[in-house]
Write a protein that binds this ligand. Sequence first.
Ligand code: ADP
Length: 654
Amino acid sequence: MFSSLLIANRGEIACRIIRTARRLGVRTIAVYSDADRGAMHVADADEAHALGPPEARLSYLNGARILEIARAAGAEAIHPGYGFLSENAEFAEACAKHAIVFVGPTPRAIRRMGLKDEAKAVARTAGVPVVPGYQGGEQSLERLMKESAAVGFPVIIKAVAGGGGRGMRAVGRPEDFASALEACRREARAAFGDDRVLLEKYFAVARHVEVQVMADAHGNVIHLFERDCSIQRRHQKIIEEAPAPDIPAAVRAKMLEAAVAIARAVDYRNAGTVEFLYEPQHGRFFFMEMNTRLQVEHPVTEMITGLDLVELQLLVANGEKLPVSQPQVEANGHAVEARLYAEDPAQGFLPQTGRVHEVVWPTDIANCRIDTGIEKGSEIGSYYDSMIAKIITWGPGRNDAIEKLRVALDRTLLFGLKTNKAFLLSVARDSHFRREAPTTQFLEHFGDEASRPLQSLVAMGCAAWLFISNGNGGGPWSDMAGWTLSGAPRLARCKLSVQGRMLDLLVRFDGRLLLLSFGKERHTAESLSIERNSLKLLIDGVPAALSFHRWGPQLFIDVSGNHLTISEPEFSSGASAGPAEGSVRAPMPGRVLRLEIAQGTPVRSGDRLLLLEAMKMEHVLRAPVAGTLSDLLVAEGDQVREGDVLCVIVPEHE
Ligand code: ADP
């Protein structure tokens, strides 16, 4: 085995590769961009070297710089992980030129399998059925239209150089073809610098089943069984499992054989994945493409085979023989993986950026593995993929594995950023998913459900805020004018910023129940128990549980993966809730983003006054009373401290 390895990647995959290398006694060399100086992979490695600016082009994609570091640090090998330079044949060649081992296939195999059309030709020569379509060089609209008609609609247009679900459009009708082609070409040009496309028959009822292969330089090629990655959004995998459920044994055997045949046909080395579309109604499969690298979802294969794929990669890259032969590879039980992303399902899965204030992984669950590069205090920026972690569980049967995934997701807590946890949980709970093998259309009916915010979520958050601030004592939260939850019925009013939206909350407490009203909503809440960072309560008589994390004037709440951020309220007890003071203060430190009203203007109570940006969120500040804006004390762009008076309204009845 070589003695030193440079990991040309970041995040969870860099950490995962470092783990195996360290176990094998290999010195690990990390590289990092300016944005990743404090990242986990930097701390995990034996040594780390700066690459340059955050942009991938200038850092993790900068092959020349990475090679320079590798040589200076004495790295004998480079593991590219996935993404970035992992399927870059020129980089693999450059490594060889500098006598550094590239942990991956030969440049020739990367080149041949990297282009979807070339890969199909290889599959055909190996006698494997490919998805029917057109892969010709003639790219005129007329020709492509004609070929589509020959293939038969619906068709899918794919960028020849595509990957990661980009540069791909399904087209149902001939009249939509021209515009879809244009969009696809535009995307392909921007993402891959190559706008050539191919056409395929589009299979509406299909599953994505892929086979893991592994090959050494001594002519040994084996498969490590298959994975099912049908649960996709916008052609990107979200949940993966191994083995693929419900495939007839004879079909599975043929598919595994086909994958090995394709690998042999390109004289493949190292880890690779052969992807197929499987048509469950007809029990047929078609070759789609080959990925010449380690896949994101490789842990499910590791869970069922007990093999460490990175270890195998390092061994064969070092010229050794595969330590296992095909009959020695066994598949046991079932494994599922869910990808946790920093994104907001309610906003079309928009990636989220910000700081991870607190994170809790379910590390105490047996047969549950967490692959992550994120920890408390990590910043999630906009430069790279927004995946936070992969949560992988194993069980003797498929249902055991899925149930364990549900529990593991439930116990995963991340505060400070919105994630797709609630969305993943809804899939893990879904009876349809548990009952039968999903097709690639599975998530179509999930979109709406996950983006619908829980009706009572805001009420839950408000109640939580009140219970927590009074139950825990001390800190800024209990320091509220005259408000306690004990004693006689009390009435109070407060303004609460929930997800950056100011809420006028009226609270009545009758000794046991909290009555909350805001807008048209009315809810009752009763606290059952508060423990460390979790609260059990009854909302409208229905039991609910939530977890929370307090950070300065903010309270982060997780209700089954639905995230809520509440910031410190302006509080007034019922008795003194009369005419509110006309001064508008900054509820937290921040920056004035926009003034929405000019000095001297009349305002009604609740009118928008200005927009404050604080903790990466926007907060609308509204007029507390009707009157005239007499003093505007800040300008756009001003930094303000908490409690600063921003403007003053002279109430109209004075
Ligand atoms: P990428 O290389 O961008 O990942 P793939 O060619 O692997 O793209 O396709 C990604 C996903 O798109 C597949 O897993 C599948 O769900 C869907 N897909 C691709 N081709 C077809 C097709 N011909 N019919 C139906 N679905 C398809």
